[in-house]
Design a protein around this ligand. Structure first.
Ligand code: MN3
Length: 217
């Protein structure tokens, strides 16, 4: 069976807003209903709409996969490159992000925990490193846990850049754009980051780690 991440990466024009696996109010009180609703139906939808609009005018790129577009945006014609960078990246990042969240409380499996301990020293050190990356993104961006040559690394990216552009495979991501938390947390980004740890879909993170190991990223 094809993994969902592979499916997303292999999508081509016309792109569509993926449905969530849970209700808009399912992540209360960590991520509020109004934020989830707006974030999915307005922000993510806009990335999809603008990406499709850009490609509408460029039939020669309509067969390219989302992965190819995101990785190769710099080579695209001037009238398309910024659209793909911002809205292609935005569509991919959000499609990944929704799957990384879950209303079902869970912990990393012992195998994943062992890998995190190997690469960060301890679970606490991993959490500290990830929180520091998420806190220090200036303005809009993301914090990611990624796989690079079988090792886990934490990186921050600006705006809608995806780690794939740095040859890193993301297995956990956190949207730290203000639209992701401002309604509930206002300027308190750290409170939002802290709440995020309560709604991580660790089962999915582990599936992505296995996928990365299989594809030898
Ligand atoms: Mn967002």
């Amino acid at each position: 069976m094809t993994h969902w991440m592979t499916t997303i990466l292999n999508e081509t024009y016309p792109f569509a807003l993926p449905a969530l696996d849970y209700a808009y109010d399912a992540l209360e009180s960590n991520i509020d209903t109004a934020t989830m609703t707006l974030h999915h139906t307005k922000h993510h939808q806009t990335y999809v709409t603008q990406l499709n609009k850009g490609l509408e005018a460029h039939p020669e790129f309509q067969q390219k996969t989302l992965e190819w577009l995101v990785k190769n945006w710099e080579t695209l014609p001037a009238s398309l490159k910024t659209i793909v960078k911002n809205h292609g990246g935005g569509h991919l990042n959000h499609a990944l992000f929704w799957k990384m969240l879950s209303p079902k409380p869970q912990q990393p499996s012992s195998a994943l925990e062992a890998q995190l301990k190997k690469d960060f020293g301890s679970l606490e050190q991993f959490t500290t490193t990830f929180n520091a990356a998420a806190t220090s993104v200036f303005g809009s961006g993301w914090a990611w846990l990624c796989v690079k040559n079988s090792t886990l690394v934490v990186v921050g990216t600006a705006n809608q850049e995806n780690p794939l552009t740095q040859d890193l495979l993301p297995i956990l991501g956190l949207d730290v754009w203000e639209h992701a938390y401002y309604l509930k947390y206002q300027n308190r980004r750290l409170d939002y980051i802290t709440a995020f740890w309560n709604v991580i879909n660790w089962q999915h993170v582990e599936e992505l780690l296995l996928l990365a190991q299989q594809t030898k990223n």
